[in-house]
Design a protein around this ligand. Structure first.
Ligand SMILES: Cc1cc2nc3c(=O)[nH]c(=O)nc-3n(C[C@H](O)[C@H](O)[C@H](O)COP(=O)(O)OP(=O)(O)OC[C@H]3O[C@@H](n4cnc5c(N)ncnc54)[C@H](O)[C@@H]3O)c2cc1C
Length: 327
């Protein structure tokens, strides 16, 4: 059978929060949108996993709100039952930002954002090229997408790789902006415990020094029936050990977490986020890469443009949609 060709007005690469936010705004504006994501689940770095009877958030842990439109968006998620306040301060760390969590897990937010959008999951875009009046994207299942415009929300190094697959030549200043973006890595460990952890309420511990950046108690958070913790390695630790044997690295993190957690680990799994959070970001909320070129509309978006967090990804997606509508 001949692989299909899809013909949306706009192809969006990535079903993380940037891609889904752009998709919703563009669809509301009357465009036919197709989102393609290589991942099995929706949400990109909003990620949850079940191991046995335990449930873990192992990517983004919570959201904070700053910009008025995002405050409104989170309130709408709360009304829809897919988000709720988790905590606003931890013992010894005064902080007034309310941390919102997804309900039941962080990925609920992505699923909610995706409900009216056409999405191809477990499908990677392997090459992109521009034609006379649009973009041709090749998918790993042999299908192609022919679209008038394209938004790419993958982390910048992956976007650079994708651009190199076809005939897309960006101006030097735009290439330089993409190349400047730097991410830290994060090794995540998801561990089932033999008894509840010793972490004080609300079950969230941020550490400044050492191998661990974050420990959360998924049971206290209210997402896991069984005692279960997520440990995030610090940026320095994760960079140092990213390519080492993951189980041995996880054992180091579990040992370092023991004084805080108390309980013993029965079983664990790991996940490596090579591009976890942007450390060096672009100065704009998205990049209209095709501006001042003969290329069809092409926009880069994601948290590297509008802030290294869930809110930044959403704001960048909205900015990309607006830039495309005004193209
Ligand atoms: C461990 C960790 C902890 C974090 N903690 C927090 C937190 O507590 N609070 C907070 O606000 N933020 C946190 N963040 C950051 C937050 O998760 C991100 O800022 C946000 O989710 C980024 O969204 P995005 O849409 O820009 O990118 P992503 O979510 O990365 O989405 C990009 C998508 O593109 C897809 N993709 C890439 N290449 C291709 C391709 N060639 N073909 C098809 N699909 C492709 C990917 O599969 C992915 O789904 C954390 C991140 C990590 C990793």
């Amino acid at each position: 059978m001949t692989p299909p060709t899809y013909n949306p007005d706009i192809l969006i690469i990535g079903a993380g929060l940037a891609g889904l936010s752009a998709a919703n705004d563009l669809q509301r504006a009357g465009f036919k949108v197709l989102v393609v994501d290589k991942g099995r689940g929706l949400g990109g770095r909003l990620a949850s996993r079940r191991i046995g009877g335990a449930t873990f958030d192992h990517g983004a842990q919570f959201m904070t709100t700053r910009q008025p439109r995002f405050v409104e968006q989170v309130n709408q998620w709360v009304d829809a039952g897919v988000a709720e306040p988790w905590y606003s301060s931890v013992p010894g760390q005064p902080n007034s930002h309310v941390r919102y969590r997804g309900v039941p897990t962080m990925t609920a937010i992505a699923k909610y954002m995706a409900q009216d959008i056409d999405i191809l999951r477990t499908t990677a875009v392997t090459a992109i090229a521009h034609a006379d009046n649009g973009w041709i994207a090749t998918l790993d299942n042999g299908a192609t997408v022919s679209s008038g415009s394209m938004i790419i929300t993958s982390p910048a190094p992956q976007t650079i790789e994708l651009l190199a697959t076809g005939n897309t030549q960006l101006p030097d200043d735009k290439c330089a902006r993409l190349n400047r973006i730097v991410y830290e890595s994060c090794i995540a460990v998801m561990a089932i415990l033999d008894s509840p952890s010793n972490l004080p309420s609300p079950g969230a511990l941020m550490l400044e020094d050492g191998p661990i950046a974050w420990i959360s108690d998924n049971q206290q958070k209210g997402i896991s029936i069984l005692p279960a913790i997520t440990i995030h390695g610090s940026g320095a630790f994760s960079a140092k050990y990213f390519d080492d044997d993951r189980n041995l690295v996880a054992e180091k993190l579990i040992a370092a977490a023991k004084p805080y957690v108390g309980a013993n680990v029965l079983e664990f799994q790991t996940h490596g986020w090579r591009y976890s959070k942007p450390l060096v970001m672009d100065a704009h909320s998205c990049m209209l890469a095709s501006e001042h070129t003969s290329l069809p509309p092409l926009i880069f978006a994601g948290d590297a443009f509008a802030g290294p967090r869930v809110e930044g990804a959403v704001l960048s997606g909205w900015a990309a949609a607006e830039a495309l509508i005004n193209c």
